[in-house]
Design a protein around this ligand. Structure first.
Ligand SMILES: Cc1ncc(COP(=O)(O)O)c(C=O)c1O
Length: 353
């Protein structure tokens, strides 16, 4: 327990402020989705369907797989935990890029295994060659996060294929695509096109981000049945509530999904506006393909985060590396550009000023 810092959630925003610290979707739930959730209230004296079959059927149709090749969990972070617990134990290693999703180290520690963190490249993307080099006979899981939280950079399809060619076919690879719906760079890996191609690949996605269901906790994995069965075995039973399952199903209805994806397009537009604005101010920001932007503030991280907080904007600071700013309400983009324009770091070697 001493080795395990507790998961820290983003700070709450001040009243009238903007919470841009948890990569949440700023739009209110769709009425149809909220109604589907409300309809489950009349049966909350009953346990939910433990396997979320209706949602698995819908996702199976969409991805061209059977419902058994889909595993639904109470958030994709729960699924990550299940896969790591299923595959790794004391003495084993789990390889992933760093900095990446802050939950990975804790999940690996809980399994008893050891994290092998491979530093991101200078452009803040995964160094997949170094990750492949780090694989030993103790490695049980490799996690690839695209777009990478918190840096926003994707792995390209070519890089991923070259990486998979170097990975032993019995080593579990988790492709974490929590933000895939926000990707606009066509060269990026897309797990959907890889389904069925590798016996050791599991693709993880979530309804928390693009579909705006973070509060309900529902994510899914697609992969070979035997691997998913192992993760079913390590799950805490009955984690996915009927409300979460119903919200997932309602979000995939064509009218609802069209509207949700239009909102994603709106968020992407705001991201482009923020990213382009920061680049023209001289900020050395990397490519941003998720619903967030990474500011490499280095030693100034805490000071910049405090300055934003004082202006009512809560961001996620990772001192002494940088700050992740989620794309939120429309007005927040101009506020950010106004404040950050005054805080452009002095020119750094290798970065545009
Ligand atoms: C990269 C990544 N994976 C997984 C998750 C977990 O999402 P959820 O458990 O809400 O599905 C997050 C959440 O922030 C994330 O950033």
């Amino acid at each position: 327990m001493a080795a395990l810092p507790p998961y820290r959630q983003g700070r709450p925003a001040p009243a009238e402020g903007y919470k841009l610290s948890s990569n949440e979707n700023p739009f209110d739930p769709l009425p149809g989705v909220a109604e589907a959730v409300a309809a489950t209230a009349t049966a909350i004296n009953r346990y939910p369907d433990a396997t979320a079959l209706t949602l698995r059927e819908k996702l199976g149709e969409r991805f061209g797989v059977t419902p058994d090749e889909v595993l639904v969990g109470d958030g994709s972070v729960a699924l990550l935990a299940q896969f790591i617990l299923a595959a790794a134990a004391p003495g084993d290693e789990v390889v992933y890029s760093w900095r990446s999703f802050e939950a990975y180290p804790g999940l690996v520690t809980v399994s008893g295994a050891t994290s092998v963190q491979i530093p991101n490249r200078a452009d803040h993307g995964h160094d997949l060659d170094a990750m492949a080099d780090a694989i030993t006979d103790r490695t049980r899981v490799v996690i690839v996060c695209s777009p990478n939280n918190p840096t926003g950079v994707t792995v390209t399809a070519d890089e991923f294929e070259a990486f998979m060619a170097r990975v032993p076919s019995d080593l579990l690879v988790l492709l974490d695509e929590a933000y895939v719906e926000f990707v606009r760079d066509a060269a990026s890996v897309d797990g959907r096109t890889l389904i069925g191609r590798y016996p050791n690949l599991v693709v993880l996605r979530t309804f928390s981000k693009a579909y705006g269901l973070a509060g309900l906790r529902v994510g899914y994995a697609i992969g070979p049945v035997a691997i998913l069965d192992a993760a079913r075995a390590t799950a805490i039973p009955l984690g996915v509530t009927a409300a979460a399952g119903a919200a997932g199903v309602a979000s995939l209805e064509p009218t609802a999904e069209t509207e949700l994806l239009a909102r994603v397009a709106e968020i992407v537009e705001r991201r482009t506006r923020l990213h382009t604005g920061l680049v023209s101010q001289g900020w050395p920001v990397p490519d941003a393909q998720g619903n967030f932007v990474w500011l490499p503030t280095g030693a100034d991280t805490t000071a910049v985060a405090e300055r934003l907080f004082d202006a009512g904007v809560v961001v996620r600071a990772f001192p002494p590396e940088g700050i992740r700013v989620s794309i939120g309400e429309h007005e927040s983009v101009d506020i950010l550009l106004g404040i950050l324009g005054e805080l452009v770091p002095a020119s750094q070697e290798g970065h545009p000023k």
